[in-house]
Structure formats: structure tokens, C-alpha cells
Design a protein around this ligand. Sequence first.
Ligand SMILES: [Zn+2]
Length: 374
Amino acid sequence: MRKIKKLLPFLCAFCLGFTAFVPVGCNDADNADSGDKDNGTSYTLNFSDKIKNVILLIGDGMGENHIGNAVTYFGLESPAFFADRNGSIATCSASHPITDSAAAATALATGKKVNNRNIARYDGNDLTQISDLAKAAGKKVGVVTTDHLSGATPAAFSGNADDRGDSDAIAATQAISGIGLFMAEAESGFTDYEAYYPLFAANGYACAKSETELLGKADEEKLVAYLPEVRSEYNAGNEEDYQLKEMAKFAVEFLENENGFFLMIESAHIDKYSHSNKLSSALCEVRSLFDTVEYLYDYVADGETALLITADHETGALSKAANATDISNALYGSTGHTANDVPFFIKNCEFTYHEASSPQNTVVFEICKELLGI
Ligand SMILES: [Zn+2]
């Protein structure tokens, strides 16, 4: 076992109770380059030297009450991974107390706080991503999402852009990223792959547009796959869809190699359904995430892979239902994101944070880096 103790950078006054002293949405640009400062906070990591792979599973918009209500709604025993809870993570961005997915995913992927809408870029400069570091160390990298590939979360782990809406810039940087595996969802009528597949193909990627094509390309060196629909089977009508856990299974088998890998997996629709206050649909997506974790717990049982599970932010100001009959859309308090801390779990690594407050989301990047030895 190794022990590592580090100082964490300080950035976000919003999250430290100073909100009343700064105008909402104000931005202290000097603080945004979070690597320049530290506030003396620290943590300890304990993990085996056997660890060579890291999987980061992100439930977009998945707050405390999303997971609690999913357990209640489906009458589940507490999933096994609840035992590996490691507190919560604070989520503010450099520009706002309430983050968007672009800034939150950038913090997870780069260890830097940026402004809302920035994709792994701050003040015109590209930020180094965990995927860059993993590749440089000879590891394979995978980015898997149930969102579009140019969605903010996958983009922050694989591309760079000043604005999350600049899909052309995101795709252009993803195509030259050298990342081994991209998997995403193509909603009905979605045509991004028609525009961007030639870019990827020109950079040596095999391309798949269906589950059948995907399974036939498992031995390719670099692969990009847009799958027609990836929605929870617990939502009526989606039983035949490709599922998150199937994406996860394909990805780990694709990436496995003796040097190890880094894999980001995002469940995107928890956020999307929560924006429209469709609670049962959101909870079905959470249950599919539970299934994915159950599969991944089997996968990591050999002790070579650390698994981190968290969210980028909470969506919908969701309350907790006392019992299943109380589950209704009325539990939502908003249709937007909130500043709530989000749950954090780690398997095959002990993380101890030595402060009373929650660590900032940038710590996830630091932990991934340490686990991968890079
Ligand atoms: Zn959202």
C-alpha cells in the first residue's frame, strides 16, 4: 500500500460560504488558474501497487436524492457501492456558484476550475487533461457517454474549445486526440456522425454506427461509435436499446492492455430528464447506472482497477421521498442545476480528506493522476 499526502489548490470562494460577499456570477479571474494557490487542505490516498487502470463513472446531474430516490422507487437493497462512499464533492465553477457540465467536467478532467461553457480551455489556453497524461504514460484511453460525443462532459475529457456549443472545434480536437475509443449516443435524426466521421476516419479511426458494426470492430486500434439509442431499459419502450452497462463492458474489453487504461463513462440522461422534471425517467437512468456499477464491481475485483463514481453537479433541486408512493415530479424544486455537493465513491482506493468541508471537484483529477502513477 502507498500513502500519498498532497496539498490541494484553493479556488472557489462561492463554495466556502463567502457567497454573500461576492456578486452572483462574479469572476475573480486571478483565482481561476487554480494551480497557483493552495489553502493547506490535504488528503490521504491508500491503494495497492497493483492498480494500473482507472475508471471514472459520472452521473450527469446525479445528486444525493437521485440515488436515494432510485433505491426507494425500485424497492432496492442499498447497492453494494454505497459502502464505498467517500463523502461529497463541491462543484462550483470559476465563474459561477452553480456550474454547468462544461466547467464541471473540465475540473474533473484537468484539475482546473474554468468558466461555465469552457471545454478544457481557460483564457485561450488548452488545459492538460487526464487523458493526455494517461496517453503520454503509454496507457489507453476511452471516452464513453450516452450523450452526443460533442456533449460537454465527453468533450472536456477529449477535446478543447472556448465554448461548449462549438461542436466543430470540439470534434476537430477530438479527432486528433489519439484517444483509443469513443462511444456515444446518436438520437433519432442526429447527424453529427455524418459531419464528423470523415474527420475521425482521416485520423485513423474505424467508425461504427450500430451495435452490430461496433461488435465487428472490437479489434481496431482506434474506434469511434455512435449508437442509435442508449436509454435505460427500465423505461418502457427502451428494452431493446443498447445499455450503459453494455457500453462499459465493450469499453473495458477494448481498452484492456498490460500498460493499463483510463476510462471515463458518463450517464447523461439523468441530467436531461431532470431538466424537464421527468422523475421516473431520471430514476430509471440512475438504476441503469447502478447496474453498470454492479458489472464494474465484478470487473475490478482483481484489484488492478480503481473505480471512482461521482456527478458533475446536481440537477433539479430534488427532494427525498419518504416512500415509493411519494415519488412524483413534484419532488423537483427547479428545472436547472444547483450548487449542491454531489456524492463521491471510490472502490479499490481509500481516500481520506482532512478538512471539514467537501473537497473541490478538482481533487478527482488529482486522485486519478496518483492512481495511474502519472
Ligand atoms: Zn444540465
